[in-house]
Design a protein around this ligand. Structure first.
Ligand SMILES: [Zn+2]
Length: 170
């Protein structure tokens, strides 16, 4: 009986921890009240990112991980606005270029500007792909593929945790 009670308490505690982590993904609080444009984000150390990002954000955005398909906050999210880098706050994508690729990840047919996103060859899956990164802080965002819709034919496949959405009416 005691063991069962203990197990139930542990489960409740685990759910609370998971829930607080999930809420942590909502908005990157380390960007609140600072002028993100005046910071040398590329000089930030791994210890810094570890201290300001949730574990999930750190593993995906700083370590090149990938969130499970259909689990990200923005996969089925189509409100108007700007998507910014959850590490440094740089504007990366716009809702104007978002579409449903049915892949399980948020998809865009272009970045918000030519300079916002950087491109790196990636051979880690036994084939040649192109990694996309934030041009300001180097955060891993996802990959870009050539099976997107017109007019670019590109599919920017992005992890939700590497973004946060700011509402804007176009
Ligand atoms: Zn960034």
């Amino acid at each position: 009986m005691l063991a069962r009670c203990f197990a139930a308490c542990a489960l409740v505690f685990a759910l609370i921890v998971c829930d607080s982590r999930a809420q942590e993904e909502q908005h990157p609080s380390h960007l609140d009240g600072i002028n993100a444009d005046n910071i040398d984000w590329k000089s930030k150390t791994e210890d810094y990112w570890h201290s300001v990002l949730s574990r999930k954000r750190f593993n995906i955005c700083r370590k090149g991980g990938t969130e499970f398909p259909h689990t990200g906050k923005y996969n089925s999210f189509y409100e108007e606005g700007i998507y910014k880098c959850s590490s440094c706050g740089l504007a990366l994508f716009s809702s104007k270029h978002k579409y449903n690729s049915h892949t399980g990840w948020p998809s865009f047919w272009r970045s918000i500007s030519r300079d916002a996103v950087g491109y790196k060859p990636d051979r880690s899956y036994g084939m040649m792909t192109t990694e996309i990164v934030c041009s300001r802080c180097g955060a891993h965002l996802g990959h870009v593929f050539n099976d997107g819709p017109e007019p670019t034919g590109k599919r920017y496949c992005v992890n939700s945790v590497c973004l946060f959405h700011e509402r804007r009416n176009f």
